[in-house]
Design a protein around this ligand. Structure first.
Ligand SMILES: [Zn+2]
Ligand SMILES: [Zn+2]
Length: 401
């Protein structure tokens, strides 16, 4: 599939590679993007677009996307979201603190002077980046395909409700809330007994601190066990320790979900269990994020004509930072060109195709693959080198399966 946009930059229906070749030869179009291959028409043509349905499988680590028209998959992608934001901010905080001690040692203690972090509806930077990753992919797809409808799968559990109803009043018979938590705990614990890791048996929900000892129904106090293991715990054969970190992932999803509801624009909401059913029972596809996205697009339980090309994307940091001369300045290290090339440019060299990882004024660069593994740490870019894609904060790879 070759993606097509018209003279004014509006996306049209994709065409076959043969047709694109023909148009390019006749100078009726020009290539504007290598991955995914996109051409721009240089003449006014009639536009007859069909209905294109796009689906998105949201997540806090990976996003899956697909676009279909007439039960035919025309685009599928998987996006890795940045996970390094909070780590980098911790690092920055540490550098700043050290610098203050080094350079302004007699500075008065200050506190509560970060109004930004008390702002209403403020999102933590790591979460903001995750929400924006979804919106970025949306924009990216809409720039090459005439999407008429979005279907988005937000997480299946209402984690917001779970974390806000820590204590359930059993006297008033609030069982409904507990069912929600129960379903969520089994999902969180991967439908597995957390002691012996067995599956496909009747699972129990155990209170780590017993209810009789004041244990609550909050997710941190609940764990999935099989009947055998559960009996042993109650017989006092071993103890289960609390593991609170597990809910972090799901809570993040909850925030991403509510943010997307606000910012995504028009979309039809779907749920995880529906996607799973369609993927397994109707389409019979394996569990991947892009396959989930195809199942999301599949509205009327129709069979899909699959596509073997998948675009893998990864978001990377915009630049490296350093302290430059000057008071408290934290400027970006210039990402300027060396031999006409910049960091993260995709280049073709005698030692292979890769993204630029490090530049040297000697003309010997280091290149890496999509995953960040070094392909060659000293490749001469002054000879036989061609830039395929210019620097971008989204690394992209096209793969056939
Ligand atoms: Zn129990
Ligand atoms: Zn067990």
């Amino acid at each position: 599939m070759v993606f097509v946009i018209n003279k004014n930059g509006k996306p049209l229906m994709p065409c076959s590679p043969a047709k694109a070749k023909h148009l390019l030869r006749a100078v009726k179009a020009k290539c504007i993007k290598q991955i995914p291959y996109t051409i721009k028409l240089l003449w006014d043509c009639e536009e007859n677009t069909q209905e294109v349905i796009a689906g998105m499988d949201t997540g806090s680590k990976t996003i899956g996307c697909a676009a279909t028209t007439n039960s035919k998959v025309i685009y599928q992608s998987e996006i890795q979201i940045r996970q390094d934001i909070s780590k980098k901010m911790e690092q920055r905080k540490m550098y700043r603190r050290n610098r203050r001690n080094r350079k302004t040692r007699y500075r008065k203690a200050r506190w509560s002077n970060r109004t930004n972090s008390f702002r209403k509806d403020r999102l933590a930077p790591s979460l903001l980046s995750k929400v924006n990753a979804h919106l970025r992919e949306k924009t990216s797809i809409e720039s090459i395909l005439p999407i008429s409808k979005w279907i988005v799968e937000l997480a299946s559990f209402d984690i917001h409700k779970i974390s806000n109803s820590n204590v359930i009043d059993y006297k008033n018979g609030n069982q409904k809330g507990f069912y929600n938590i129960k379903a969520y705990i089994i999902y969180r614990d991967n439908h597995q007994c957390q002691k012996c890791k067995s599956k496909k048996i009747k699972l129990h929900i155990h209170h780590i601190i017993f209810r009789s000892n004041g244990g609550t129904d909050s997710p941190e106090n609940l764990i999935t066990l099989c009947k055998a293991c559960h009996d042993k715990v109650h017989a006092g054969e071993y103890n289960i320790k609390e593991n609170a970190s597990k809910t972090k992932h799901a809570t993040e999803i909850g925030i991403i979900k509510s943010q997307l509801k606000k910012k995504f624009g028009d979309f039809v909401e779907t749920f995880g269990y529906e996607t799973k059913f369609k993927r397994e029972q109707i389409l019979k596809l394996s569990k991947t994020h892009y396959n989930d996205a195809i199942a999301i697009c599949c509205e009327n339980n129709e069979l899909m004509d699959l596509n073997n090309i998948i675009y893998f994307k990864k978001h990377v940091a915009k630049g490296d930072y350093r302290q430059t001369s000057g008071n408290r300045s934290e400027k970006k290290i210039p990402t300027g060109k060396l031999f006409g090339l910049r960091k993260f440019d995709l280049i073709k060299t005698s030692k292979g195709v890769g993204f630029i990882k490090g530049k040297r004024s000697t003309g010997f660069f280091s290149i890496m693959d999509f995953e960040g593994n070094i392909i060659n740490s000293s490749v001469n870019i002054t000879k036989n080198c061609k830039r395929l894609i210019a620097r971008n904060t989204t690394l992209i790879k096209r793969r056939a399966v």
